[in-house]
Write a protein that binds this ligand. Structure first.
Ligand code: IDP
Ligand code: MG
Length: 149
């Protein structure tokens, strides 16, 4: 079972889109195993966006993600990483397909509402960066057999 880290970013929380975004992942069939409301520190933002250090948008990205509270969610499911990325849509919202979160609800790359891990390996690492093992709950969901074959 794959794990992916979702961050409902500050713009989404400020715009009151938390429920709308969470609804789409739940409806997709992904199982919530961890969730919290938090403000990301500079240190955690630096770790999370380490691969982007040195890029022209890096400073703006860190100030955006630390500017206001976020909701972080750990999701589990078969092909969870690719499925969540599909539900999120392309990085640049104006290029994202209608029907995706970014394609339906956003316009600009620096205000693109949501993060999702980009590989199976990073899904594991990022969930570990944001959650203690004690904050994650592995639970049998009654609908699992109707979603996971
Ligand atoms: P992703 O969120 O779709 O995985 P990444 O390429 O990993 O996209 O970039 C991380 C985040 O950095 C994006 O979600 C976006 O918020 C921001 N970002 C990426 N490219 C740009 C850019 O060219 N200008 C401004 N912000 C950017
Ligand atoms: Mg990324």
């Amino acid at each position: 079972m794959e794990r992916t880290l979702i961050i409902i970013k500050p713009d989404a929380v400020q715009r009151g889109l938390t429920g709308e975004i969470l609804r789409r992942f739940e409806a997709r069939g992904l199982r919530i195993i961890g969730m919290k409301f938090m403000q990301i520190s500079e240190a955690l933002a630096g770790k999370h966006y380490e691969v982007h250090q040195g890029k022209p948008f890096y400073e703006g990205l860190v100030s955006y993600i630390t500017s206001s509270p976020v909701v972080v969610i750990a999701l589990e499911g078969t092909n969870a990483v690719a499925a969540a990325r599909g539900t999120i849509g392309s990085t640049k919202p104006h290029e994202a397909t209608a029907g995706t979160i970014r394609g339906d609800l956003a316009l600009e790359v620096g205000r693109n509402l949501v993060h999702g891990s980009d590989s199976v390996e990073n899904g594991q690492i990022e969930v570990g960066n944001f959650f203690d093992e004690s904050e994650l709950i592995s639970w049998p969901r009654n609908t699992d057999p109707w979603i996971f074959e």
